[in-house]
Design a protein around this ligand. Sequence first.
Ligand code: P6P
Length: 339
Amino acid sequence: MIIPRQTTLTRFLIEQQRRSPKTCPPELRLLIETVARACKAVNQAISKGALGDVLGSLDSENVQGEVQKKLDVIANDLLLDANEWGGHLAAMASEEMETIHRIPNRYPKGEYLLLFDPIDGSSNVDVDLSVGTIFSVLRAPEDCAGREVTEADFLQPGRAQVAAGYAIYGPQTLLVLTVGDGVYEFTLDRELGSWRLTDGPMRIPAGTREFAINMARRRQWSPGIARYIEERILGSEGPCGVDYNMRWTASMVADIHRILKRGGVFLYPGDHRQQGKAKLRLLYEANPMSFLIEQAGGASIDGASPIMDADPIGLHQRIGVVLGDAEEVAMIADYGRTG
Ligand code: P6P
């Protein structure tokens, strides 16, 4: 569907609701607008930098055992405060919180579950590199209305997502989202404070010879991944016969946005020496990014199988990630099979 550029997020969602009430019912539209509004507040906090009390770390660690940045907690609280009173959510979960956040009894409960990484790549904030907020929306099980929501209600495969997206706080402030009917990019008009449509439906450009991986993790890679990367480094002087380029921003949102805009592939493989040992989180990083990538014509696997088919066993479980250009991902899966 081609929509006039500069359309506001509100109008885009209302027209999506009219065109396809199933993919964008009113409660989901309200939820997405609320998350988008919270991301504007996060953007404003980040942009203060050293002029606001937002940089640096706290003395606390999150459930991941990672030192929390001030902005991790600021952004987490902004998203909780914006979303708990609207009546569209049954509960929330975040990278920064060990357990789920139930909607206080003073507010009505809704039919959706919201998961988010409030500031992904937060170590980049102190050195003024792009970071982002990642979010994923699931339906709460129908019987949730009559009982307390539990962590188990969040343990749904990525295929069950009804919406996903990210905000990227960089030279521009962007919101990229899908409700399962294509991927659309909105740019924040910082003067008006409104999100304006600037791209979409987005499709991953094919054939871009560019890979993103943290080379310092080489010892964790399977023989297949190692061979794939080593052959790309040999380029035209090796078996693959063409030169590749490499990028690594240490901010998943920035790497994924680059892939959506100009193609390529992103790899953060699991540690092949220890089953289940990986860096990226399934529910609020890998699944939402996989939804966006597949909606844009790409593919996303754990090294062998589609990430969105994975049956979650824990709120903060981790998974290996290989995603982007569908042909490149298929080739990497072949390398994984042959070693
Ligand atoms: P490394 C950021 O902490 C993050 O979760 C992703 O945004 C990013 O892709 C990855 O970890 C970076 O990991 O090991 O390169 O610091």
